[in-house]
Design a protein around this ligand. Structure first.
Ligand SMILES: Nc1ncnc2c1ncn2[C@@H]1O[C@H](COP(=O)(O)OP(=O)(O)OP(=O)(O)O)[C@@H](O)[C@H]1O
Length: 218
C-alpha cells in the first residue's frame, strides 16, 4: 500500500506481484492508475505505507536510506518517463554519472557508454547538453544510462513513448535481450501492442486491484 500523503487515499492498494528474473513484465493500466508509483516503490525510491518490497527473498523497502541507495546503485537501471536527464551535464556525462557513483572506473564507463550510444544511434550527441537533443534522442540516452552497469533489474517508465517505430523496436529489443541474460525487466507502458509482446502483463485498475496475464509461447 502507498499514499503520497498521510491520511490521503492510497494510490497503490492491495497489490501483490512477483516478478521473476529473465522475463519482461509489462505494467499497464489507465493514466493515474499508479504505474509510475509502483515502479518507484519496486525500485526502492519510495517506501510503501504498508506491505513490503522484497528483493531476492530479502526485505528491502524497510532498509535505511543509505542501504537502499547502495542497492539501487549496484543493481538497478531506471528509465524515467520523459528521460529526466540532468540539463547541466553533457549527454555523455549523463550516461556515465550513475555508473561512476556505483564505482565503475571512468575509462570503463566511457568506453561502455560510447558502445551503447552507438547501438542506440546517439553517439554523435555525446558532447551536447540535453536541451540540444530531441525528445526521442533523450529517451535513447536514458536507456543507455540505465543499461550502463549491466544491472540485474531494469525499470522503464514509458521507454518508447517518444520514439518512432524503428527506434521503439531497438529499445524493445535491448530490453528483451537484457532480460534474456537473466535480468528482471519491468516496463510501464500505454502501448497495448508492446505489452502483448511481454512475457507477463500486470494491469493496474484505477479502483485498486490488478489482473495479470502470462504469455503462452507455443
Ligand atoms: N508526487 C505526487 N504527489 C501526490 N500525488 C501524486 C504524486 N505523483 C503521482 N501522484 C498521484 O498518484 C496517482 C498515480 O500516479 P502515477 O503517475 O503513478 O500513475 P500512472 O499510471 O503512471 O499515470 P500515467 O500513465 O499518466 O503516467 C495519480 O492520481 C497521481 O495524481
Amino acid at each position: 500500500m502507498f499514499a503520497y500523503r498521510a491520511g490521503a487515499a492510497p494510490v497503490i492498494d492491495d497489490v501483490t506481484l512477483d516478478v521473476p528474473p529473465g522475463v519482461v513484465c509489462a505494467l499497464t493500466g489507465p493514466s493515474g492508475s499508479g504505474k509510475s508509483t509502483l515502479l518507484y516503490l519496486l525500485a526502492l525510491m519510495l517506501r510503501p505505507t504498508g506491505g513490503e518490497v522484497v528483493w531476492d527473498g530479502q526485505p528491502a523497502s524497510g532498509l535505511p536510506d543509505a542501504a537502499r541507495s547502495r542497492l539501487r546503485a549496484a543493481h538497478v537501471g531506471f528509465v524515467f518517463q520523459d528521460a529526466l536527464l540532468d540539463p547541466s551535464r553533457t549527454v555523455l556525462a549523463n550516461v556515465c554519472d550513475s555508473a561512476l557513483f556505483a564505482g565503475m572506473p571512468r575509462a570503463t564507463a566511457t568506453a561502455r557508454a560510447r558502445d551503447l550510444m552507438t547501438r542506440f544511434g546517439v553517439e554523435h550527441r555525446g558532447d551536447h547538453l540535453p536541451g540540444e537533443i530531441s525528445g526521442g534522442q533523450a529517451q535513447r540516452v536514458a536507456i543507455c544510462r540505465a543499461l550502463l552497469t549491466d544491472p540485474r533489474v531494469v525499470f522503464a517508465d514509458e521507454p518508447t513513448g517518444n520514439l518512432d517505430d524503428s527506434s521503439a523496436e531497438v529499445v524493445w529489443h535491448a530490453l528483451t535481450n537484457h532480460a534474456a541474460t537473466g535480468a528482471t525487466v519491468v516496463v510501464a507502458t500505454h502501448d497495448k501492442a508492446l505489452a502483448a509482446r511481454a512475457d507477463h502483463e500486470v494491469r493496474l485498475a484505477v479502483d485498486g486491484g490488478i489482473t495479470t496475464r502470462t504469455r503462452v509461447t507455443q
